[in-house]
Design a protein around this ligand. Structure first.
Ligand SMILES: Cc1ncc(COP(=O)(O)O)c(C=O)c1O
Length: 280
């Protein structure tokens, strides 16, 4: 990618930089969002822009430009980089603070990066999670602090896991980079609703799932994992990804479940429909 946008200015990606006094760097005071561009179309763009604005509000700011202007900047980034497929990141930081603590004029950055392809075997064979007792700060906002998850990468690797599942010892929250769904033994599909990031993929999967099975946005107990029929996670990059082991123990029979498979297929079809309907 050759160009990024910083505070409305197109700059070369090589030279794109913020000063070291930015609160995002000094204190982790920053929010972001991330979505895919597929076939030149930013997928579910309005959902991501609305969530980004909400995250910005949680930080105590208002978006420094209108939604219309931000949207125009997204399309400018796509045009300038001649993007066919990519990941776009929107970032708002706490700005150059005089005392290193008080929020200042925020910096708004748009970056584009090549899409990281997923391991196909994770969809056909499933993958794993490790659990960890932790709740993200300001969980309704997409903050940039992923320190706990990054710190746990070696343990994650040791267990052949793709992500870390956060919980409070009783109920589940989300994984470090996805939302979680649990198909309970009674056949109800459940997903945590409190203290989680309102995932855009989660929202679309919930809509799709309603036509397929009974769905409940509710507290999901850590103990529900022990006799769960199926578990899957959802995220912008991973879509619907089946989880077949948690902390090294198999989920049900350790195979990809049929609901996870059906919802993944329907979600992929839903994405294709969105792309076909989008005005280029
Ligand atoms: C903490 C957290 N929860 C959930 C998600 C999934 O959200 P989405 O489906 O919008 O990507 C993410 C995505 O990165 C995340 O960082």
């Amino acid at each position: 990618m050759q160009y990024f946008i910083i505070n409305g200015e197109t700059v070369s990606a090589q030279d794109a930089s913020l000063k070291v006094t930015d609160l995002g760097l000094l204190r982790g005071y920053a929010v972001f969002d991330y979505f895919r561009v597929l076939k030149r179309t930013p997928l579910f763009l309005d959902d991501y822009l609305a969530r980004f604005e909400n995250s910005v509000r949680h930080l105590g700011y208002t978006l420094p430009v209108s939604q219309v202007t931000l949207k125009a900047q997204v399309f400018e980034l796509i045009r300038n980089n001649q993007i066919e497929n990519a990941g776009i990141q929107l970032l708002l930081t706490g700005g150059y603070s005089e005392d290193g603590f008080t929020p200042a004029e925020p910096n708004l950055v748009l970056l584009a990066r090549p899409l990281k392809s997923q391991n196909a075997a994770h969809y056909t064979e499933g993958t794993g999670l490790i659990t960890y007792q932790y709740r993200r700060d300001i969980p309704e906002a997409k903050t940039t602090n992923y320190a706990v998850a990054i710190h746990l990468l070696p343990k994650q690797k040791e267990f052949g896991a793709i992500d870390v599942l956060y919980h409070n010892g009783e109920i589940l929250y989300e994984t470090a980079r996805s939302n979680i769904f649990v198909l309970r033994r009674d056949g109800t599909l459940t997903t945590p609703q409190r203290n989680v990031l309102p995932g855009v993929t989660r929202k679309h999967v919930l809509q799709i799932a309603k036509g397929v099975t009974e769905v409940n946005e509710t507290d999901v107990q850590l103990s529900d994992l022990e006799d769960a029929k199926e578990v899957f996670i959802t995220s912008s990059l991973k879509g619907v990804m089946p989880i077949t082991h948690i902390d090294g123990r198999p989920v049900a029979d350790g195979k990809v479940g049929s609901l996870s498979k059906t919802l993944r297929e329907r979600f992929e079809a839903h994405v294709e429909e969105y792309l076909s309907a989008a005005v280029k």
